[in-house]
Design a binder for this molecule. Structure first.
Ligand code: IMP
Length: 180
């Protein structure tokens, strides 16, 4: 059972949408000349972000998904990253954009990036909607970041707390009732 909590709005749906437009322009420019971009979403947290992002990418894209183990139902990151669902398609010699919801310790991004690199894509770039730089325990940084946020546990816009709150249209921070 999860302790009761409230969600304080942190980043509005409108702000997210405006930022995605900017990011999409940068991505389109960076991949100009690519015949097809393979956009890889890291499940499950990136599903809303990738849906909005690809609709702003006015170019030829293919969408694929990868699922890596992360927090499970807890609020703590595990250092061990396992691949629960692999890509359907080949990425060898292709241009790939890996889409992550949050970079926290960085273990997930680092592990998945290394895995994808071992398949020798022509080019691999990464994008994270949120970044918590103060939590970093590895030497990774996404090519593009939507927003840098402080060390707060957040939910919404695809991101969950014990599988809840993914359907909130905005990003909110979790505050336990009775806590600060
Ligand atoms: P990392 O491996 O520690 O960087 O963790 C990355 C994954 O942990 C993210 O893709 C999220 O699934 C999850 N995560 C990190 N911070 C939060 C949070 O504040 N709320 C919900 N999930 C989070």
């Amino acid at each position: 059972m999860t302790q009761p909590y409230v969600i304080d709005k942190m980043i509005s749906a409108k702000t997210i949408s405006a930022r995605i437009e900017e990011l999409a322009t940068e991505i389109r420019d960076a991949f100009a000349g690519t015949d097809k971009l393979i956009v890889v979403g890291l499940l499950r947290g990136s599903f809303v972000f990738i849906a909005d992002l690809v609709r702003e990418l006015d170019m030829n894209v293919e969408v694929d998904f990868l699922e890596a183990s992360s927090y499970g139902d807890s609020m703590e990151s595990s250092r061990e990253v396992r691949i629960l669902k692999d890509l359907r398609g080949e990425i060898h010699g292709r241009d790939v954009l890996l889409v992550e919801d949050i970079v926290d310790t960085g273990f997930t991004l680092s592990h998945v990036t290394n895995l994808l690199k071992s398949r020798e894509p022509r080019r691999l770039e990464t994008i994270a909607l949120l970044d918590k730089p103060s939590r970093r325990e590895t030497d990774v940084k996404a090519t593009w970041t939507g927003f840098e946020i402080p060390d707060e546990f957040v939910v919404g816009y695809g991101i969950d707390f014990a599988q809840r709150n993914r359907n909130l249209p905005y990003i909110g921070k979790v505050r336990f009732e009775g806590g600060e």
